[in-house]
Design a protein around this ligand. Structure first.
Ligand SMILES: [Zn+2]
Length: 325
């Protein structure tokens, strides 16, 4: 389904009262001389136990603590993005400057790709630890294609994501099947999404755009819909562009990184009445503490004069980000 539902609202991501339950993982301490059993628990209830070597386990730990490396001034990187002439060169920039591990922009409008990359770079310069959550950026369709190839046993896809050390070739198919199921739980349950943040163990975390809304003439409709979403108060002031949709999703990824809801965001959300949030932030921000934060983050990035709720949420983000281990 496309971007607009019957009453013309645009929904970023979850579209419901609560975020999807996050996948989790657990690992016993490394046992010297042997490997490490590392289990990934999926929201569906399935679990896969990966057998890692000790060096593999250390690589995995380091992966979760990655920071974005500022290899060149932000303005220079943004200018490279702006002047790129096709999606292939944007994929190259995304991977060479380590904005993400893997990108697939083949389905998307060139302007949409540039928007997604510019906004991501903008946030990574301020919150470099978010890099551990930008494993994949691109179309939802491209994301699913990658996971499908895993389900068919492609070790090359693991290499593409930089995680070939996490499982033996014999486990790739099982991991792929579980990841396809996880991705579909996001993509199918959010049939009207235009952009979506996916939380997946720090291995497959993603910012995805729906090609159905970001390709050809549909992109024009998306732009109109975003403008309507802002002017009707469904989204915050200043949030009338594809940039704001991407900032909203990056807000979710920051939330997953910093566990903001367990560190005060829920309390801040509950300290306002629904009516206050609808008036002082957005209607969508009043649907859950998760959307409250993502909308506040989008307002803080897009409104030159962010209002009180957005400013308060940014203070909580500052504290939460400082505590990321
Ligand atoms: Zn959202």
């Amino acid at each position: 389904m496309g971007l607009l539902d019957r009453i013309g609202k645009i929904v970023f991501g979850e579209g419901g009262a609560s975020a999807p339950s996050s996948p989790s993982y657990s690992a016993p301490p490394p046992s010297y001389g042997g490997g490490v059993q590392y289990s990934l628990s999926f929201p569906s209830g399935s679990t896969i136990v990966l057998s890692l070597t000790e060096s593999g386990y250390r690589q995995l730990e380091a992966r979760g603590k990655r920071s974005f490396l500022k290899r060149c001034p932000k303005d220079k990187l943004i200018s490279m993005i702006d002047t790129a002439i096709n999606y292939k060169s944007l994929e190259e920039i995304a991977e060479r400057y380590s904005i993400c591990d893997s990108a697939d922009f083949s389905d998307l409008h060139l302007d949409a790709i540039k928007t997604a990359l510019r906004s991501t770079v903008d946030v990574l310069y301020d919150y470099p630890r978010l890099r551990s959550k930008t494993c994949y950026i691109g179309s939802a369709q491209g994301y699913r294609r990658k996971l499908e190839s895993l389900r068919c046993g492609s070790v090359a896809t693991l290499k593409d994501l930089g995680i070939e050390y996490i499982c033996s070739p014999s486990q790739v198919k099982q991991l792929g099947a579980l990841m396809v199921e996880l991705a579909d739980s996001y993509l199918v349950d959010n049939s009207s999404f235009i952009a979506l943040a996916i939380d997946a163990f720090g291995l497959f975390d993603a910012l995805v755009l729906d090609a159905d809304d970001y390709k050809g003439y549909k992109y024009r409709q998306t732009l109109d819909g975003l403008k309507y979403g802002e002017s009707s108060g469904f989204h915050p002031k200043g949030c009338d562009s594809p940039e704001s949709a991407v900032y909203h999703e990056l807000g979710h990824l920051l939330d997953y990184l910093c566990h903001l809801n367990s560190s005060g965001m829920e309390r801040l959300y509950c300290s306002y009445t629904r009516r206050d949030i609808e008036r002082e932030l957005s209607q969508y921000g009043a649907t859950s503490a998760y959307e409250f934060f993502a909308e506040a983050f989008a307002e803080a990035r897009c409104n030159p004069y962010p209002r009180d709720i957005a400013n308060r949420a940014m203070l909580l983000l500052k504290d939460g980000y400082a505590r990321v281990r």
